[in-house]
Structure formats: C-alpha cells, structure tokens
Design a protein around this ligand. Sequence first.
Ligand code: FEO
Ligand code: CA
Ligand code: CA
Ligand code: CA
Length: 594
Amino acid sequence: PGHGTHGRPVPGTDFRPVAPNRADALTIPPGYRQNVVIRWGDPVVPGAPEFDVTRQSAAAQARQFGYNNDFVGLIPQGRDRYLMVVNHEYTTEVQMFPAGRYDPANPTREQVEIAWAAHGLSVVQVVRGRDGGLEVVPSRYGRRITLDTEFEVRGPAAGSVHLRTSADPTGRKVRGTQNNCSGGVTPWGTVLSGEENFHQYFANSEQVTDPVARARLKRYGVGKGASTRKWERFDRRWDVAAEPNEPNRFGWVVEIDPNDPASTPVKHTALGRFKHEAATVKITKDGRVVVYSGDDERFDYIYKFVSKGRYKPGTSAHARRHNSALLDEGTLYVAKFTGDSPAGEIDGSGKPPADGEFDGTGQWIPLAAGNRSFVDGFTAEEVCVFTRLAADKAGATKMDRPEDIEPNPVNGRIYAALTNNSDRGAAGKAGADEVNPRNGNKNGHVLEWEEAGGDAAATTFSWRLLLVCGDPSTADTYFGGFPKDQVSPISCPDNLAFDPYGNLWIATDGNALGSNDGLFSVPVDGPERGHVKQFLTVPVGAETCGPVVTGDFVVVAVQHPGEDGTPAAPTSHWPDGGNAMPRPAVVSVWRDCH
Ligand code: FEO
Ligand code: CA
Ligand code: CA
Ligand code: CA
C-alpha cells in the first residue's frame, strides 16, 4: 500500500512501523486511513434484517454476516469492484448474547441454531468508495453458506461407506461446512476454504467400540464425552455414538463459486481429510493444478495435490466448471524435509548451525493417485478419508503446526507459516530438527521452499527458514540475515499473503510476546530480505486474519476481539465503542493521499 521514498525504499513496504501495544483499537501507520467494511450481524442476503443482539434469531443470522471472520478473498469484477468472500470459522456463544442470556450448560435450541447459522461463509459485493475504503453494496451476489447449506461430495471418497449416515445413505450430500479457517482464491475465480478444527463439534466418541474406528477418531481428536457447545442435544449428527461417520464428512477443502449464487458448493475429497488450515493454488509448467495445504496441529504435516488434467485459463462458467473438476482426480503428496547441517548442530535452542542457515532438501511422498494407493494397508479411498493415518505410515516430517501456505507470485517460491509448538522436545514427543529447530517453540517460524526446476509438479525441493520468530533481541530468533536491531518483533505467524511486488505479509495469532496481534510486511529478496515491519495491530483479544494486500489497500479480518473477556466483564468494545459488545469485523486500510 505504500509509495514514496525514504531510506532504502522497498515498493509496498514504505510505511512507518506501528509499535507493539495493548490498545482496544486497530492501530495503523501515520498517513493511513481505515474503515469497517462489514461486521458480525450486518445484512448479507438481500432483505436481511438489521442486527439487534437483544432479539437475535436463527432466521436473521442465516441472512446476516456470520461470526469470527477469518479468510477474506477478493474476486475482481471490473475496476474497483469485487466479490468479497469471508469465512466464519467458529462461534463463541458466551460472547454472542447479552450478559446472562446464554447458559453454557443449557443452551436453548434457538441459540444453537443461531450458532449453526453463524458458521460457514458470506459472499458480498464491495466497491472502493470515494474515500478509498471498501464498502458493501447491495447485489444479487449476497449469499450465506451455513451449517444447513447442502454440499456435493466429489472425488475418490464420494459415496464412500465411511461417509454414509442415516440422513445421507448416499455419502454424497453433506449439510453444511464448519470451522472454515483460511483459504485461497483460485485462478478460475472460485474460493477454496479449509475445514479446520471440525473435531470439536462432535460428542461421545468414547461410546464407539470398534477399535479401528476408535483409533481413527482419536487421531483426529474427536471428543470423547459431551461437546462444549452441546449441539448433540439438538441434532443427532453431532453425536458420534449415534452417527459414527458424521465426523468423516468434515475436514475437507470446500469450493464455493461466488459468481453463481445458486451453485451447490463442493467438498473435494481428493485433497485429503485433515485439519485443513487453507488451500492455495499454483499452476505447474505443463498446466496442471497444484493445491497446497497444511494440517494445523502440533506434529502434523504439509501436503500438496497435483491434478491429472490441465487447467483452462479464464473465469467463464465453462472454465470454472472444468477447473473445479480437476480437483477430483490427481495425486496427493505429503512433505518430508531433510536438513543439510549435522544433527549435532541442531540443539533445539534455535541458534543457527555452522553453515549459518536452517536449510536443506525435501521430497514429496505420494499417498494416492486416483484409485491407486501408495500406502501399505490403505486403499485410495482410505487415504482420502483417513489421510493423517496414511501420512503417519508414509514417514512424513512432523511440523510445528502448519498454517497458511502461499506461493509467491513474483519469485515462484512457496512459503508456509509454522505458528508454534510448545510440545516440541517435550517428554515422549519429537525433538528439534533443522526445519523445526526450536524446542518449546512459542513464537513459530516461516519456511520457504523452491520446487525443483521452479515447477510445482516437482517431487523434490530445496528449503530454508526465512524467519525464526520472537523477540529480535534474543539469540533464538533469525530474520533472514537482516540486522535484528532494525526489525519489528513478531510472534505466531498464521495467515500469509503477498503484495504485487512479492513482499510477504504475515498476520499473527496468539502473540506470545504479550502485545496485541497484528499484520507485518517482509521483503523476501534483495538486501531487505528479512526486514520485518509491523503495519497494524488489532484490538485487545483479537487475532489478525485475512489478509489481502493489493497495491492500493489492505484488508484484514479482525477475529474474536475481546475473546479474553465476557459480556459481564468485557475487555473490548471494538468496533462500535462505548459500552457495545465486541463484534468480529472486516476492515480496509488505505493510504490517505490528500
Ligand atoms: Fe484457524 Fe490454524 O488457524
Ligand atoms: Ca543448514
Ligand atoms: Ca489461521
Ligand atoms: Ca488462527
């Protein structure tokens, strides 16, 4: 978003960094402006009622902007006009009703149905207003996808016995999507979204007696007893004892076509089932589609899918249909990383080894291609549905919570945020290795790799760490070789984006250094490589999501402001101020040129 010159300017990052703080505000650099684009409860579907928290209903929520906005995707629709697609990752019911109205031990049916309607995604049309900020405009594209929207299951596991339930004996139609974390805009103008922590909505897995089924439920962390939200009291599908296959119908990458409000969204089983943080696309040299995705759990894996068929450029309805179908047949791989320094030099302290870098090589291990499995004891269908167990067997590298993965549009390399892993090196757990070099990793790191020959289809790659995050004054941090006394402190990288110049932008979740979360820029090439600068901080208790960074403006989703408080003892009143309840909201920020 920057222009002008002082010091050694890097296009896109010429702003004065924001200092760490604990303000209940979205703090931006001097010379910039901001506006709230849309908040939880604002109308989305044409005719939706205005938000009134004292009389909220499921019917209203199903037409209004959902809770806890996470991913933001902008699909251009001509000059200064976009379709904006936003994920609503999860609900925090105690935050969603006035003080005293919600009893966590005894939610009402209406409250539970409000929560179902507050999940999913929203589609709205936005324009760049006269001031420079994004504004929602009424349009026929306004759409809510919730836990009641029908999805079509496609790919190798469509119709699988593991996906059949009493409500859907076909195993091909799932009601809804949940825990949609980050995602990606495809080159054909649709949105991919990762179903992440789907396990938390299910109850009573302890009543499942079959040992194979139990082991699978355990590997995905599905709840043993009652769930926190108690949804199992209102719909048997959340009760694993009653519907043991229902958890297998979540944990997928879903695809939404925002250009067609009547379209049926899709669950793509060829991309595997795990706690998908996101899904981002890169095209191979011979025109196939690659989707990168991380499994956000301590000691879980990084995956990629390579389609069998070739991409057709364009965003027409025909191109969208053709390219979406490519995600139904291809090869699913998991990553294995090898360091190039002697193991003895990786002591878990985070201090770089003698060659000065955490770096090495890697390979993509194939798990399944079409109906062929490469993993002993697994059919291809089982690889798709129980991907974590197949990857365990394949010997993949256990990572420090893989979050967003983004291809750099300028240098072609791929970047992954590894947010943290306080269990690294703990008793009975894997210790540090060169790609996860810090035991008790509280602040996370950022990984960069280059596919062999610069081709996303390659099965080998070289890698190095760009950042080992934390307080730059401590010895266990590394900022791409840049002088550490000139960088902003950064902790718990989560969502990634690139600006048009190829600078990486990093949004954080859970700042372990004690300040609010925020958004940071960092050049990845040239003399400024590793020069981390903080562009904004989000309000108290919030996490920074989105982000979208164009040459003209930045969009962030402010997720769970004030989550560290309660309606009776609030910590945040953002964005409405006064005594208002905090509301998750999407914000745009732009340079004030006047
Ligand atoms: Fe929903 Fe891994 O962040
Ligand atoms: Ca090395
Ligand atoms: Ca995330
Ligand atoms: Ca997060």
